[in-house]
Design a protein around this ligand. Structure first.
Ligand code: AMP
Ligand code: GLY
Length: 428
């Protein structure tokens, strides 16, 4: 089968890396891809927002399956456009993608189907939102969470622990800092606990969770500093015990599927549920309609099945026939980022040690790299995801960091504590 993957990050490299191992894949393209992806797929110079060119390419090359990686083209209806032309797609419709594209839409969906989540209120008026914030603090709440509606690349959320900061952020949202996504604001109760990422395949009839994982959202060790797209991840997440896993299936995934069906949403792809594991069980923080990045990196390092077959069946509405084969070995991925990220950072620094890093079984996924004068250079904020498997989580962590040590580019940095929470929990 001819397969086209849309995107250019670590997620798409991990997907291409696994898809390239499938005997079913006779040709693999990635648009636009990056320098690492070029080693396993043919990169095509079409941007993720160029829907006409993407559709034309898929039609003219007789692509049998398109896998849409990022949320923006999903929310923009790329999957619908491809399906209209008879092409099988792994990725939900634009309408269903609103589950990620609009926090208010997602909240209303969760409330309709009794899916546990933080209590919330939605505002389209700044003054009313500020008043509500004041009421919450006056009622003794220690924090509120403010979310600009719509896609804001992870920047539109503030967990505010004092009223002044909360009010200032509300004003910032309505002043247009986050573009159109700031005209509606969701304010919700702050949940306490440990976060985990649940990725589940769904074809509208069946929903199948993948192994659990956990991201590290803050930029510095001990969860300090601003939020990022994710600085590292591991799988499994020990906080997702067998009991929590069963509760997630019962209270979140089953009602999710029932909701999709009741509303006739075309959902053939992956639902990524960000949960907070609280004392009262797992509650949903957010829905995303694509694989978590970096979470998908350690998850796919543990996947021993045929990814092309599983994605093809999902796209065809035959997920019940898919076979998911997992290794028990934990896996870890450590993100190597450009100095300054998630703020301003420079690009174009040559990267050394990439081959050496993979000598002992580690796999380096490229998140933001490019070729310049024949050399691989940094080309993004998150540059690489260095992944490894081990017999234990400690072994996987040590193995990943040993590989990270071999890699260098100017001003690069990584968190030193990826996986520490898992270790602490296992050693309790
Ligand atoms: P979201 O984009 O909605 O997942 O929010 C981004 C991050 O903000 C999450 O990963 C959490 O760390 C935090 N967050 C979001 N909602 C809440 C909440 N209700 N309580 C506590 N933290 C939250
Ligand atoms: N790592 C979190 C995300 O992909 O949104």
């Amino acid at each position: 089968m001819k397969v086209l993957v849309v995107g250019s990050g670590g997620r798409e490299h991990a997907l291409c890396w696994k898809l390239a191992q499938s005997a079913q894949v006779e040709k693999l393209w990635c648009a636009p891809g990056n320098a690492g992806i070029a080693a396993v797929a043919e990169c095509v110079e079409i941007g993720v927002g160029e829907y006409d060119r993407m559709v034309d390419f898929a039609v003219s090359r007789e692509v049998g399956l398109v896998v849409v990686g990022p949320e923006a083209p999903l929310c923009g209806g790329l999957a619908d456009r491809l399906r209209e032309r008879g092409i099988a797609v792994f990725g939900p419709s634009g309408e269903a993608a609103q589950l990620e594209g609009s926090k208010d839409y997602a909240k209303r969906f969760m409330n309709r189907y009794g899916i546990p989540t933080a209590a919330s209120a939605t505002f389209t008026d700044a003054e009313a939102a500020r008043l509500y914030v004041g009421e919450q603090f006056a009622a003794g709440k220690k924090a509120v969470v403010i979310k600009a509606d719509g896609l804001a690349a992870g920047k539109g959320v503030l967990v505010a622990e004092d009223q002044a900061a909360a009010e200032a952020f509300v004003s910032e949202c309505f002043s247009g800092t986050f573009g159109a996504s700031g005209s509606t604001v969701v304010i919700e109760e702050c949940l306490y606990g440990e976060e985990a990422s649940i990725l589940a395949l769904c074809d509208g009839k069946t929903i199948v969770p993948l192994v659990s994982s956990q991201d590290h959202k803050r930029v510095y060790d001990f969860d300090c500093g601003p939020n990022t797209g994710g600085m590292g991840a591991y799988s499994p997440a020990p906080v997702v015990t067998p009991e929590i896993s069963a509760q997630i299936e019962r209270d979140i995934l089953k009602p999710f599927l029932a909701g999709i069906q009741a509303e006739n949403l075309d959902f053939r792809g992956v639902i990524f549920v960000g949960v907070m594991v609280t004392d009262a069980g797992a509650k949903v923080l957010e829905f995303n309609v694509r694989f978590g990045d970096p979470e998908i990196q350690p998850v796919l390092r543990r996947f021993d099945g045929d990814l092309c077959e599983v994605m093809r069946l999902t796209a065809a509405g035959q997920l019940d026939q898919a076979e998911l084969v997992w290794s028990d070995d934990p896996a870890v991925s450590v993100v190597v980022a450009a100095g300054g990220y998630p703020g301003r950072y420079a690009k174009g620094f040559p990267i050394t040690g990439l081959e050496d890093a993979e000598k002992d079984g580690a796999v380096v996924f490229h998140a933001g790299t490019a070729y310049k004068d024949g050399a691989i250079v940094s080309a993004g904020g998150r540059v690489l995801g260095v992944s490894a498997r081990g017999k234990t989580i400690r072994e996987a962590i040590d193995h990943a960091y040993a590989a990270v040590k071999k890699i260098h580019f100017q001003d690069c940095f990584c968190r030193g504590d990826i996986g520490a929470k898992a270790l602490a929990r296992m050693e309790k």
